[in-house]
Every structure is written in C-alpha cells, then in structure tokens.
Ligand binder design. Sequence first.
Ligand SMILES: Nc1ncnc2c1ncn2[C@@H]1O[C@H](COP(=O)(O)OP(=O)(O)OP(=O)(O)O)[C@@H](O)[C@H]1O
Ligand SMILES: [Mg+2]
Length: 365
Amino acid sequence: MGFKCGIVGLPNVGKSTLFNALTKTAAAQAANYPFCTIEPNVGDVAVPEPRLKMLAEIANSAEIIPSRLQFVDIAGLVKGASKGEGLGNQFLANIREVDAVAYVLRCFEDDDITHVEGRIDPVADFETVETELMLADLESLEKRRVNLEKKAKGQDKEAKATLLLVDRALEQLRKGKPARTAEIAPDEEKAWKGLQLLTTKPVLFVANVDEASAAEGNKYSDQVFEEAKKHGAKAVLISAKIEAELAALDDEEAAEFLREIGLEEPGLNRLIRAGYDLLGLHTYFTAGPKEARAWTIRRGALAPEAAGVIHTDFEKKFIRAETISFDDYVALGGETAAKEAGKQRIEGKDYVVQDGDVMHFRTGN
Ligand SMILES: Nc1ncnc2c1ncn2[C@@H]1O[C@H](COP(=O)(O)OP(=O)(O)OP(=O)(O)O)[C@@H](O)[C@H]1O
Ligand SMILES: [Mg+2]
C-alpha cells in the first residue's frame, strides 16, 4: 500500500530542498528498509511516531520499525503550464499519480534567488499554481464530455451517471473553484475518484520561511495560514533551509541546533504528520520481543483489512484480533498485565480499528 504526497509549487521555491531534507531523514534509517527509494524523485520517509519507542521499551523489542509515507518532488510549474509553458504538461501526469498535494509557497526574501514572478507573494503563487491545475481539469473534462454525451444519449447508464458528475465538476471549475468544492454523496465517491481530477486531491499549504522565521513565522507565512483557513486546509510552517541543515547533523547536534532556534522538533516531523493526516491515515501497532512496529491503515478500516496490511493471507484467514489500546498497554505495563486486568479485547471482523491499538491477529488455515 503506497501513500504518496506530491510536493508542488512554482520553480525555485524550495521544493527540492525540502524533499532532500525529507529523504535524508529516510536515508539515515535506510538500513531497516531494503527497497527504500524507488525512483530518484520519489522518497520514502519514516512517519515520526513517539509512541513506538514507549512500546518497544515495554515489550523489550529488539527493533523499532516505523510506518512509511512517500513524498514525490514534482517539477516546478509556471503560469501557462497547463498549456505547455515551462516544463509543460509533464507535471500533470506526476500530480495525477499522487494521493495528496503539498503546495510549497515561498515565504522568504532573497534577491539572489530568482522568483519567476519577480516578487514575494505566496498567496498569489498559490493561486497561480492552483489555477493551472483547475485549467488542466477543465480542459480534460471538456474533452471527455463530448464523448460521454454521445454515449449518454443511448442507453449507457454508466455514461449518464458519469456525465452528471462531470457537469458538477465543470460547474465549480467554470466558477474558478477547484473540483473539490463540489458536493458529492457517499455513494458517488468511487465514480468521483475515478474521474482522476487534479483539484479533487486533498491539499496542504507549506509556508517555506527564511531561517530566522522558522519558529515564529513572518508576514508572508501569516498570509499563507490565513489563506489555508479559507480553504479549510492545514498549513505547516517550515524553513527548508534549516531542515536541510538539520538533516546533515547527527541526533545530538540536531537537538542542540533545534534548542538554539527555539523549535521543539524538526519542521519535517510536522510536515510528515500533516501529510499522513491529509491522506486520511492512522496507525496501529504490533509489539513483541522481535520488533515494535507501526502499521498504516485508512481511518475507518476494519480489523481484517488492517491484518491484510501485514500479509494478504491474514485478511483472508482472519479469525479475531486481540486488541489492547495504546493507553492501557502503557499504563498497565504491557500485554500480560493488560490481559490480567481484563483490558485485552477480542475483536471480530466488524471491528473498526482505532488509532493506537496494539494488536495480535489470529488466523485460520
Ligand atoms: N527557506 C529558505 N530560505 C532561504 N533560501 C531557501 C529556502 N528554501 C529554499 N531556498 C533556496 O532556494 C533555492 C531554490 O530551491 P530549490 O532548488 O529547492 O527549489 P525548487 O522549488 O525545487 O525549484 P525547481 O522547481 O526549479 O526545481 C535554493 O538556492 C535554496 O537553497
Ligand atoms: Mg526542484
């Protein structure tokens, strides 16, 4: 199960700097993962999870294995990109493949670093980039519509249903709004996703500030946070420059540096967690002497699906899940004590796995 978050923005705003810092973090932990980097521009990143260490201490685990998330560094796009300007349409294919989009917005001044528009204005930059995505959606839908309309005139029920969705997306896009603002009923979700639009993907705003503003932000990042709020989206304050420096330090040096600049943790951790949330994911754990491990599942996933993340067979042969909540596990001091205190639940096929559940799956033949 791959979950991909695309790093999207104008050229020269710090996307690759951020991506390199992100993947440097992963590289440091690469020993655990033989198939870490798949393509040069796709980075596999460990999701920071402080609860894992606590579990590992209690269970005496020899190894800690975090869950992973992928970030994709996508080529910068400029005004007119949807019509082939700059690197042209290449970015469209790349964005289509990701599950969520992180807009990197330049919130730092530096005369030596060219801004393609010649001014610092992160909100206008966001609008430029999102407009290109909207134009790309508009164009692809208008093309598809012609064909669909022909089919819908016959008895093609599916085409009729799709046409309705296409028109709903077009209505928003023609108003200059992203397709995600359309109202979609739960039973339409699947077909809606099937349209593969760029502007239905969940988005996150990344305010890339100068080094001095990493802790408190600046006037530009304030604008970004305000804009994100208008869209009901999350924003993350980060200085890619600092993150790049942090990634080059060992743990102790990094902790010292963070203290000096007034940060509690690397901005990357916040970014990764925000990406994880954005993708609608959460975590359950397995813990034993061999390893303490975090597993990623969709929010709302049932126990058999969660078991299937470990091994597809586990899903098919699922019988029950012995489950202890993280808080009980830690408060009581581990599996045996939790069991004795009656805090181990036996959950069946219909159990909706909760974030932080510590689980053992029992399977049949
Ligand atoms: N927070 C920051 N403060 C100061 N300089 C920064 C910051 N973030 C990035 N930079 C600098 O901005 C320049 C452009 O960064 P980078 O190459 O990461 O941009 P990019 O968005 O990947 O560009 P492209 O789309 O062209 O690939 C680099 O010189 C980098 O050091
Ligand atoms: Mg780049």
